[in-house]
Design a protein around this ligand. Structure first.
Ligand code: DAK
Length: 172
């Protein structure tokens, strides 16, 4: 399969999937989400036993949903984008293979939510996690409220979602 926003590298038993929009800090636009869905669908039936998900460039895992693109959406398109993202992250979580998030920088908003859909995370010292949606008048709409509260408890999840504070890898 040919992707314009993903790099796929196959190794013996595992695949490395790099989200590849470094100029936008790998923000999730509709193209990336749709390619991610196609990739997950095909990977499900592959013989590989593990998937490593990471971001391209020096700075970011994924800096969230693509804010520039989101601003232009009609309500119907926004609805479709929401469902598409939720479905894709659920499909990633449901993969029979082990999914490891290699968080190499900013994991913000939808990027943090994507990380939370992995089985476990390995963060570099540069990793930063946060849910800045509150500062944009949004909620974390790709399942983050539910997944994060299951991982860190309701109070910690509420704190991150309601303050938008960004935390470093060691604290996370
Ligand atoms: N979208 C689009 N472009 C982005 C981006 C993003 N999220 N984040 C960064 N970029 C772009 C920047 O615009 C810049 O592009 P140019 O100006 O060079 O063209 C380039 O990436 C480099 O970024 P910076 O120059 O800003 O880099 P810095 O190191 O100075 O700052 C930063 C890094 C991560 C602190 C900063 O870029 C930043 O604050 N980015 C925005 C983070 C953010 O707010 N992310 C969105 C979170 S909201 C829902 C479903 C989903 C969601 C909501 C609802 N429903 C179902 C209801 C999800 C929402 C979100 O994810």
């Amino acid at each position: 399969m040919n992707f314009s926003t993903l790099l796929v590298e196959e190794f013996d038993g595992y695949t490395v999937l790099t989200l590849n929009r470094p100029n936008a800090l790998n923000a999730l636009n509709q193209k990336l989400l749709s390619e991610l869905k196609d990739f997950v669908l095909s990977f499900k039936d592959s013989k590989q036993r593990a998937l490593i998900v990471t971001g391209s460039g020096e700075k970011a895992f994924v800096a969230g949903a693509d804010i520039k693109e989101m601003q232009e959406l009609t309500p119907d398109q926004a609805h479709e984008m929401s469902l598409n993202g939720q479905e894709t992250f659920q499909m990633l979580q449901d993969l029979p293979q082990v999914v490891i998030g290699a968080v190499n920088g900013f994991a913000l908003g939808g990027g943090f939510e994507l990380a939370l859909a992995c089985d476990f995370l390995i963060a570099s010292e540069k990793a930063k996690f946060g849910l800045p949606e509150v500062s944009l008048g949004l909620i974390p709409g790709y399942g983050g409220t539910q997944r994060l509260s299951r991982v860190v408890g309701l109070k910690n999840a509420s704190y991150l979602a309601l303050t938008g504070e960004m935390i470093k890898a060691d604290k996370a």
